[in-house]
Design a protein around this ligand. Structure first.
Ligand code: SF4
Length: 290
């Protein structure tokens, strides 16, 4: 994580803690039980005060930012004061919002300038709990999603595709339509092979070539009900052309890397590329030559 803001970057964020109450099998930033909240809070106060006023979007990430409790709302209030035109993108596992009052506080303090990105690992409770490393996480995340929606907070639902959930992608899409149709959009995300995803490679890793057809089914299903879906972190050459419209240049600019094969690819400008932080390239890269 950088400790300065770059107005031209697609990824400016405040890192607020290494602590987390989940322990996701593919976490790229493995949690640590360290007493870091106050120290990082002070550092982030300086960053907020020195940030360019024209910053369009500012992320808040960790660890799990809601573990800051009331301090998270103090931080957001400071952002609203010093960066009144900046939208916020908070990454959270959503569990703290199972407390209705906590969700309402977020809505109040963020003044309609926030989107919360919440991962849902499966439509099946046991799979979600297994992937998130915490029994009961699914129920709390679902309550959290309902409470955020009730408070009027926009939600980006994030599905990190992995070996334990890819087979259910069409079922997950049906679950979203039936139970979470209020989310602003659903993002299907390729995994970054670093941190715990690297450590748990055998249990969790799956190549995009093995799931892109199921992914396309899920995207089309959501689209058939008028629900928005995006694809993050998967290069165009691994996706069926029918879903290219949903693919975004999602990888943080400072993490983006292209393979030597990409040098001759005609779609390089439109393609998200690869995680420079991943320990291995995706299988099946295939440059467009005409
Ligand atoms: S070859 Fe490289 S630039 Fe071209 S689509 Fe694949 S990953 Fe993207």
């Amino acid at each position: 994580m950088r400790d300065f803001f770059d107005i031209k970057s697609n990824d400016n964020a405040l890192f607020v803690t290494e602590q987390c109450n989940n322990h996701c099998l593919m976490c790229c930033q493995p949690p640590r039980n360290v007493d870091d909240i106050d120290k990082l809070y002070q550092k982030n106060q300086h960053l907020i005060r020195s940030a360019p006023k024209e910053l369009k979007v500012l992320g808040i990430t960790g660890g799990e930012p809601t573990l800051l409790g009331e301090k998270l709302f103090d931080l957001i209030a400071e952002i609203r004061q010093f960066l009144p035109d900046t939208e916020l993108h908070l990454l959270s596992n959503g569990r703290s919002f199972a407390n209705e009052a906590f969700a309402q506080r977020l809505a109040e303090v963020s003044e309609g300038m926030i989107v919360v990105g919440v991962p849902l690992h499966s439509d099946y409770e046991r799979d979600h709990d297994k992937i998130s490393g915490c029994k009961g996480a699914f129920a709390e995340t679902m309550y959290g999603l309902y409470n955020l929606a009730d408070a009027g907070v926009p939600i980006e639902l994030r599905i990190v595709v992995n070996k334990l959930n890819f087979i259910r992608l069409p079922h997950i899409a049906q679950f979203i339509f039936k139970n979470l149709p209020f989310v602003s959009w659903t993002a299907f995300m390729g995994m970054e092979q670093t941190g715990l995803a690297h450590k748990n490679h055998n249990a969790i890793w799956v190549e995009p070539v093995d799931y892109v057809d199921l992914l396309a089914q899920a995207v089309f299903y959501l689209g058939s009900w008028g629900l928005d879906a995006c694809i993050y972190n998967i290069p165009l050459c691994l996706l069926p052309e029918t879903v290219w419209l949903h693919a975004e240049k999602s990888i943080s600019d400072w993490k983006t890397q292209y393979s030597a094969q990409c040098d001759k690819c005609l779609k390089r400008q439109q393609c998200c590329g690869l995680f420079g932080t991943s320990s291995e390239e995706y299988v099946g890269l295939n440059p467009f030559m005409s």
